[in-house]
Design a protein around this ligand. Structure first.
Ligand SMILES: [Zn+2]
Ligand SMILES: [Zn+2]
Length: 434
């Protein structure tokens, strides 16, 4: 007996086959206009960390339109969209960050930002100087592609639109650790998490990834050196916290240069602020120091924290002063190493090379900048891979291009296609889409 096949079924078969034949490049091209429009719109309307109201609404509206199960208000303005594919397969989470920086834009663009915001009690210019506008737009582009492929898509995707990657305002919580605490993975346990970042350090067309420690951990520290006030003319009647703090800063330079096994990994100790005193002829009561520790290795991080505390306390004691050392109290207050699971990185790199050609995929250099993305991987207990997408126009020296966070940070929009296609290929391959 011949089986009767309905016209609709034949049509579905044709559509599905036509769809399956499309490459990641063709699929990317089909959403590129939307991605570009979203990116320009978000770029023109940047919002500071934990204030991403408009961006979050735009994202949630689009995800709902596309048929995603949407959760909003996670860690203030975080949005998550989940889509279950029509075929069995693994669960994948992909993350984009949404916040901008207190920077006055100096790039000459028709959609340049003129936005203002409140930062540390001051009115400031706001700019997407780190390219999170591009991240959000590209992930929306992926959302559109996945939604169209839904029936043929194996597994499930969770698209995470995260607030406050650049750091929460003082006294507030949020960002990636905030989303974990708010239960972003309560009902969805991903088998892997992917993330990417646009960077001016590479030319457009280049995608860079490296296994293991890709970005440093970051611990912010504060120290208050307590001395004893006296007239500047008679310092022996006081205890000088400025000289003591200066000695702490100098002695701390020996931690990386003399104490750490730098064969293992590089590390950085930087003092960024040094404040004390009110008048040229007064030895003040106290002086304040603050800085940052960067490492690629947890045991080295612990060693630096212990060593810095030890040096500060002993130098203070040698001067007759005391010191309060404040290190991050919990893991939430610091960024862990952004660690790319080595086995998964091999798989992702293969996908990137398939999508873009081997000549466009390079091994990323280790980067002492930090990210809160690893909180998501740790929170989900899932392996993660995070790669970089170049933004500097072809023919320009990427090493000399204004860096991320600069008022002149520039994203060549060619990077939108590259980033979208790279993440799409990595995702489809991970999900087992054929
Ligand atoms: Zn940034
Ligand atoms: Zn960033």
């Amino acid at each position: 007996m011949r089986k009767k096949i309905s016209t609709a079924a034949i049509l579905a078969l044709v559509v599905s086959n036509a769809f399956a034949a499309q490459t990641s490049q063709q699929l990317t091209q089909s959403v590129l206009q939307d991605v570009t429009a979203w990116r320009r719109d978000i770029h023109q309307h940047p919002e500071l960390s934990n204030r991403e109201q408009r961006t979050a609404k735009l994202v949630a509206d689009e995800l709902k339109k596309l048929g995603y199960a949407v959760r909003t208000g996670i860690a203030h303005t975080g949005v998550v969209g989940v889509l279950k594919g029509g075929k069995p397969g693994p669960k994948l989470a992909i993350r984009a960050d949404m916040d901008a920086l207190p920077v006055v834009e100096e790039v000459d663009l028709p959609f340049a930002s003129k936005a203002k915001g409140e930062y540390l009690g001051k009115t400031v210019g706001v700019m997407h100087a780190c390219g999170h506008d591009a991240h959000t737009a590209m992930l929306l582009g992926l959302a559109e592609i996945f939604a169209r492929m839904k029936n043929d898509l194996p597994g499930e995707v969770m698209l995470i639109f995260q607030p406050a990657e650049e750091g929460v305002p003082p006294g507030e919580t949020g960002g990636a650790p905030g989303m974990v605490r708010d239960g972003v993975f309560k009902d969805f346990k991903p088998d892997a998490i992917f993330g990417m970042h646009v960077v001016s350090a590479y030319n457009v067309g280049i995608v860079a990834v490296r296994p293991a420690g890709a970005m440093a951990s970051s611990d912010q520290f504060h120290m208050t050196v307590h001395g004893k006030q006296s007239h500047g003319a008679v310092p022996w009647k006081g205890i000088d916290p400025i000289v003591t703090a200066a000695e702490i800063v100098t002695s701390a330079q020996t931690i990386v240069s003399r104490q750490l096994d730098i064969n293992k990994a590089p590390a950085v100790v930087t003092f960024g602020t040094f404040n004390g005193g009110s008048r040229f002829n007064i030895v003040p009561d106290s002086a304040d120091l603050a800085g940052t520790i960067r490492t690629f290795d947890e045991s080295m991080r612990k060693q630096i924290v212990a060593s810095l505390t030890n040096i500060a306390e002993h130098v203070a004691a040698a001067n007759g002063a005391t010191v309060d050392v404040q290190m991050p109290k919990s893991d939430e207050e610091r960024n862990p190493v952004n660690y790319n699971d080595p086995a998964l990185t091999v798989r992702v790199r293969t996908s990137l090379e398939k999508a873009l050609g081997t000549e466009h995929v390079i091994e990323a250099e280790r980067w002492t900048a930090s990210e809160d993305f690893p909180h998501l991987a740790i929170g989900a207990k899932a392996p993660s891979v995070y790669f970089f997408v170049g933004t500097t126009p072809a023919g320009q020296d990427a090493a000399a291009a204004p860096a991320n966070h600069s008022p002149r940070f520039f994203v060549d929009e060619g990077a939108l296609a590259i980033g979208t296609q790279a993440m799409l290929q990595a995702s489809l391959d991970f999900l087992g889409y054929k």
